[in-house]
Design a protein around this ligand. Structure first.
Ligand code: AHG
Ligand code: MN
Ligand code: MN
Length: 338
């Protein structure tokens, strides 16, 4: 039987590192450890229906939402892996009110990177066997190495990310990431336990035919968003309208589909939630970086997501992301509002 040739995530990281003069390997080690955590979380997610780790954990997270047990497990797993890498000196996680640091641990304090993460995205889908994900954004610290990490290390605009990615625990498990030179996708081959390069230099279509939004909130959306949704529903042969609605309710899964097929994901503001629902640091920024690297666009309706100066680690932001022409169109309609 003939073997098949694969390029694993680890191999790919090593090759990428070799192509950068004077690269120290620190960043490669960090990514490697994220891959390890993703594999462990994947195992637990796969087994979720079999063992008693489903359901609410009883706590309420900093957003006031009930936490599921898998959220806590994924959070713990990524924290341990990032700590083990010795390259991460601090983490902002959806599941922790405060930034996580290891000030007692000099080796970790020496780390050069901070990570913002949503350890388990789409948690309302856990109990019903629908795709969920992990999202991460990586920044080089600006405070001196060896000292305590500071809030300024986390308050960097998204364009300062050195890498970002997500893991999707779906019908296959994939890790998609960018380090600023294109977007690469790796599919987990469960038979060998490795992420294998499957999507080389992902590019998203400039125009798509899918729109993804929680349309149940339609009456509460800004007029420009209502106008855009009506536009998507309009009948027009040349532009291929009406478009299709697809909404899973897991940002990672909705974005991933639209990235490959072309489409727009929207989480607009409402009167009750004037900044929408999604979190700038660990949902919007990493996804925006990937979208732009794939030729797409990401905006809060008026401003490029990656240019926004963060003010707090859990802040929310309206989010429009995906095919460039579609995001431009909704921005244009929003700009007509008084
Ligand atoms: P999380 O599970 O990390 O809290 O994120 C859920 C987010 C996002 O993944 C999803 O697209 C959105 O919430 C869905 O919100 P609605 O149920 O309001 O549509
Ligand atoms: Mn989320
Ligand atoms: Mn989450």
């Amino acid at each position: 039987m003939q073997g098949y040739t694969v390029k694993t995530l680890t191999q790919f990281i090593i090759e990428q590192q070799a192509s950068i003069p004077y690269a120290t390997g620190e960043f490669s080690r960090l990514l490697y450890h994220i891959g390890v955590a993703a594999k462990i979380v994947n195992k637990k997610v796969n087994k979720a229906g079999l063992v008693d780790i489903l359901g609410e954990a009883g706590h309420v997270n900093v957003q006031g939402e009930a936490q599921k047990k898998l959220d806590l497990m994924a959070n713990w797993q990524f924290i341990q892996s990032l700590r083990n890498s010795r390259e991460c000196c601090g983490i902002a996680s959806e599941e922790d009110q405060e930034v996580i640091t290891w000030d007692d641990d000099q080796l970790t304090r020496d780390g050069n990177y901070v990570v913002c993460m949503d350890p388990l995205d789409g948690s309302s889908n856990i109990d019903v066997n629908v795709s969920i994900g992990t999202i991460f954004g990586i920044y080089r610290r600006i405070s001196p190495r060896g000292e305590r990490v500071t809030m300024d290390d986390f308050m960097q605009p998204g364009h300062k990310q050195v890498a970002a990615g997500y893991v999707i625990y779906g019908s296959s498990t994939m890790l998609v990431y960018t380090a600023g030179n294109g977007v690469f996708g790796f599919t987990l081959d469960p038979s060998i336990g490795e992420f294998c390069l499957s999507n080389f230099l992902i590019k998203t279509p400039a125009e798509g035919r899918i729109y993804s939004v929680n349309e149940g909130n339609f009456e509460h959306f800004p007029q420009g968003v209502k106008d855009y949704i009506r536009y998507c529903q309009g009948v027009d042969k040349p532009t291929g309208r009406p478009y299709s609605t697809r909404y899973i309710g897991s940002l990672v899964a909705d974005f991933h589909r639209n990235l490959l097929k072309g489409g727009i994901y929207m989480y607009p503001p409402t009167a009750a939630a004037p900044n929408g629902k999604l979190r700038l640091l660990y949902e919007c920024n990493p996804i925006a970086f990937i979208a732009e690297q794939a030729g797409g666009r990401a905006s809060n309706g008026a401003e490029r997501i990656l240019d926004i100066q963060p003010e707090s680690i859990h802040q929310r932001m309206p989010f429009y992301v995906g095919s460039a022409h579609m995001v431009q169109k909704v921005e244009e309609l929003l700009s007509h509002e008084g």
